[in-house]
Design a protein around this ligand. Structure first.
Ligand code: SAM
Length: 252
């Protein structure tokens, strides 16, 4: 985790349009890419990252080079410990599709962000625009139709219009949704394939549980689709996230 979110994080910060100063919340901070991008781009802002996984919180804290302005703690987006209007903005990168009750989480983000502050999020376009995962899942389903139900294209909130519909239901003003397109560069086929073997995320978990001969067949199919001239040929795949932002309304 983190390799690709480091590429998207600065783009989400720019898309959100943050004030120069204030207190920002990174929801589902993981290894800290977004919190660090905020601290880097907004030199007078403070940022708090929250994540339910204490291992990620500890890892992000160990990499924190903004000691006085960035911090991390364990927390769940659906039940934030903060008072109303504690933050000037709340952002969330590649998280909302994993939250069991995204509506409840969004209402919490709205509650803890001051009126007039921005709340934004981004989610991979798992169905089509995230080629790295699309190639993997299309090959997996080609080899084993039962893999279809695990395909990440079924993730919630990953299609055009879904995040903005949620933000409008949440009562935000000036809701805007945009794609953010990036390029994922791989140094070789192994650079693409080996991370799946670490067991992270739905694709990694699927790969890890395959018998060796079926894993080899999937590897061969992915390699065929990528049609690289050699194992060590570098290549680039496009990737898209859907991003959304909205403004917390002022009380009537
Ligand atoms: C794909 S990772 C993204 C992490 C980080 N934002 C990044 O872009 O590198 C998804 C993260 O969502 C976190 N997460 C899952 N459920 C959550 C919840 N209910 N509240 C907050 N974070 C959650 C996970 O622990 C994980 O760190």
């Amino acid at each position: 985790m983190g390799r690709w979110s480091r590429l998207v994080a600065p783009r989400l910060v720019d898309f959100t349009g943050l004030p120069e100063t204030g207190r920002m919340l990174d929801v589902g901070s993981g290894t800290g890419s977004l919190a660090f991008a905020i601290a880097e781009r907004k030199a007078r802002a403070r940022v708090l990252g929250i994540d339910p996984a204490k291992e990620y919180v500890a890892y992000a804290a160990s990499r924190n080079r903004f000691a006085d302005r960035a911090s991390f703690e364990v927390g769940d987006a659906q039940r934030l410990r903060f008072a109303e209007a504690s933050f000037d903005a709340a952002l969330s990168l590649l998280v909302f599709n994993f939250i069991p009750d995204p509506r409840e989480a969004l209402l919490e983000l709205r509650r803890v962000t001051r009126p007039g502050g921005k709340v934004s999020a981004a989610v991979w376009d798992y169905g089509a625009g995230m080629r790295m995962l699309r190639i993997f899942w299309d090959a997996a389903v080609h080899k084993d139709p039962k893999a279809e139900k695990l395909d990440e294209k079924h993730m919630p909130l990953c299609r055009a219009g879904e995040l903005s519909a949620l933000w409008k239901q949440g009562g935000f003003k000036n809701v805007r949704e945009e794609p953010i397109d990036i390029s994922l560069r791989f140094e070789s086929f192994a650079d693409y394939w080996d991370p799946f073997l670490l067991g992270q995320g739905p694709a990694g978990s699927y790969a890890r549980h395959l018998e060796p001969d079926r894993l080899q067949a999937l590897r061969d199919e992915v390699q065929r689709v990528l049609s690289l001239s050699a194992e060590k040929t570098p290549f680039v795949l496009p990737a898209r996230v859907w991003s959304v932002r909205g403004i917390v309304p002022k009380p009537a």
